[in-house]
Design a protein around this ligand. Structure first.
Ligand SMILES: [Zn+2]
Length: 268
């Protein structure tokens, strides 16, 4: 199987007994990367443990690095391979989410962040305590009530309102809806999922010397799939699109300087 692997960019999948997904990886040099796993196994105990379990290898070629990264993230999420460390790292990632109609934001982390969720996310933090710290600073700068925001326990007039740090949403001096509006405005600059295009976009990727070009279709930072032609890309459905943390991070890296990565963007 190793000799059949293509030399260019793509994703690879290792399966164990009973088709158990072990590991999903990506590379711009598929053949070299997969061979590396086996080469490392000769002297690395951890690599050996995985290689010993491999019963079957699959791969998909992609148009380039971006396609490989988007597809890898998608596969890791849908297959949950037992040896992808990426999953573990994301478990602690935290953001503020403000559900429609709520009077305070709620912390979303780990698995919840990996599920499609409607509405805005504000800030990406390493853990819950740094997310709370950031909201606390905002509350102080904007005279918001940390009690109403859920940062502080208690009922009735908060300590902050007694020393002029809170405009009094806790004791009726400010209406809850005014407070909600001000808090959301204060969080606005931190919003992570502001999508700058009116709808879906297709990103054309081609890697000189490797594979055919592909169109990756994205909506609201959500990867919808790739197609060989623009006409086929237009048919990829946008109905299920919602914020996706992995695609968001990948696209942030690549779209800062699209030309450098050989990418061109076309709104659909
Ligand atoms: Zn207060």
């Amino acid at each position: 199987m190793l000799s059949q692997l293509p030399p260019g960019p793509g994703v690879y999948l290792f399966y164990g007994h009973n088709r158990l997904p072990l590991y999903v990886g990506k590379s711009i040099r598929l053949r070299d990367r997969v061979r590396d796993h086996f080469r490392r196994a000769r002297h690395d105990h951890k690599a050996m443990r995985m290689v010993e379990q491999i019963q079957h290898i699959e791969w998909e070629e992609t148009a380039g690095d971006l396609g490989a990264q988007l597809r890898e993230a998608q596969l890791v999420k849908s297959l949950l391979p037992i040896m992808n460390r990426q999953l573990r790292k994301q478990r602690d990632l935290t953001t503020w989410h403000w559900p429609a109609g709520a009077t305070r934001p709620q912390l979303l982390s780990g698995a919840a962040l990996n599920q499609p969720t409607a509405g805005g996310f504000f800030g990406l933090y390493r853990n819950a305590s740094s997310a709370k710290e950031a909201l606390r600073e905002l509350a102080e700068a904007h005279q918001l009530c940390s009690q109403v925001l859920g940062l502080e326990a208690g009922k009735g007039r908060c300590f902050g309102s007694q020393i002029g740090k809170c405009r009094g949403a806790c004791c009726g001096s400010e209406t809850i809806s005014d407070h909600t509006q001000r808090a959301q405005a204060a969080l606005q600059p931190l919003q992570v999922n502001t999508w700058p295009w009116p709808g879906r976009i297709a990103i054309k990727e081609s890697t000189p010397g490797h594979n055919a070009a592909a169109w990756h279709v994205i909506n609201q930072w959500c990867y919808l799939g790739s197609a060989a032609t623009l006409a086929a890309a237009k048919k990829l459905d946008a109905a299920s699109a919602s914020f996706d943390i992995d695609s968001y991070r990948i696209l942030q890296r690549f779209l800062r300087q699209p030309d450098e990565h050989g990418l061109s963007i076309k709104p659909l």
